[in-house]
Design a protein. Structure first.
Length: 176
């Protein structure tokens, strides 16, 4: 079991608005939203013939929910390039899928208010099951065009090599 060092001085939980996502060793530009990391383990109920009328419960199969990444539409081709590895219209019959490299491991990093890396999660064997290149376009709207990918995955774990940062402290300059 991994051991975590705990900053006894930190009282507040981390905020959900400072984060970055990395794949292929590079940070992906402009991601504004990352869906939750969620896993669910099925409950297997069983009982023996001599047991009372209640059931025993044990863990069964664990499923990992898909993760959605959203960002504003830009010229950065990363979302589309990855989605095209799962299915590409122009590759021809029998070569629609890039079987060798359509899966990627990704890293989700969470930062504290000072911009220090606080927590990271490794997500394994992801692939794009849904890609939205453009949203509904509306000439009367005042909004950013958002694209998204939905990533199926085969599990995730906390990156225990990321330790809790020593939070900065400073004294503001005195004016007068």
């Amino acid at each position: 079991m991994a051991e975590f060092t705990v900053n006894a001085q930190r009282f507040d939980p981390y905020k959900n608005f400072k984060f970055r996502v990395k794949w292929d060793g590079k940070y992906v530009a402009g991601i504004s939203k990352v869906g939750m990391l969620k896993r669910t383990t099925e409950v297997v109920k069983h009982r023996e013939g001599g047991d009372p009328s209640s059931s025993r419960k044990s863990p069964g199969r664990t499923e990992f929910d898909a993760i959605t990444l959203e960002r504003g539409v830009t010229h950065d081709p990363e979302f589309e390039a990855w989605a095209s590895k799962v299915w590409s219209v122009n590759n021809g019959l029998g070569t629609e899928v890039s079987l060798k490299d359509f899966r990627k491991d990704i890293l989700i990093e969470v930062y504290n208010e000072a911009g220090q890396l606080a927590i990271a999660y490794k997500v394994y064997r992801c692939w794009v099951s849904e890609y939205q290149a453009l949203p509904d376009l509306d000439a009367n709207a005042n909004a950013v065009a958002i694209q998204h990918v939905k990533l199926e995955n085969e599990g995730w774990e906390r990156d225990i090599s990321v330790s809790e940062p020593t939070e900065p402290s400073f004294t503001p300059p005195v004016t007068g």
